[in-house]
Ligand binder design. Structure first.
Ligand code: AMP
Length: 150
């Protein structure tokens, strides 16, 4: 089995950050490249609201900057000394962007949290996890928070 490219998809939730160490360990063991991927919700696309282009562009610039800073923080904590990591910030619907990215980049494995920012109260998987698992072109490792952290 060859695992040369791993995507760690994060919404910066506790659940996804908990999954990070699995992505890091796998990357180290397989000598794989690791892609830290965050998707900014495309508000106009999902809500159908009309928002003037200029203010949308400004808002996304700010959001992208914040997302990159958050990704940088993950780098510092978990990946000291490891080369071969990329930060990716995309815009759209998270599960669609994650799956499309994996298809286009020939990703070998995706690591995600079983739950995201919306919490763990729901009886079913969160929508991103479920859709990624259903549609990804590669295996998906979905990591659940340990019981004591819930
Ligand atoms: P959810 O299904 O929305 O509860 O989220 C499950 C997991 O999907 C999270 O723990 C993250 O690993 C990933 N995820 C959710 N939203 C995003 C996002 N906007 N960008 C990247 N990954 C995400």
């Amino acid at each position: 089995m060859e695992i040369k490219k791993i995507v760690f998809a994060t919404d910066f939730s506790e659940s996804s950050v908990n999954a990070l160490r699995y992505a890091v360990d796998l990357a180290k063991q397989y000598g794989a490249r690791l892609y830290f991927l965050h998707v900014l919700y495309d508000v106009a696309k999902t809500s159908g609201w009309y928002v003037p282009h200029v203010s949308m562009d400004e808002m996304y610039k700010d959001m992208e900057k914040s997302a990159r800073e958050e990704l940088d923080k993950l780098f510092v904590d978990e990946m000291r000394g490891y080369e071969g990591i990329e930060r990716i910030v995309l815009k759209g619907t998270p599960h669609e962007e994650i799956v499309t990215y994996a298809e286009e980049q020939n990703i070998d494995m995706i690591v995600i949290g079983t739950h995201g920012r919306k919490g763990i109260d729901r009886m079913i998987f969160g929508s991103t996890a479920e859709q990624v698992i259903r549609n990804a072109p590669c295996p998906v490792l979905s990591v659940r928070l340990p019981r004591h952290l819930k």
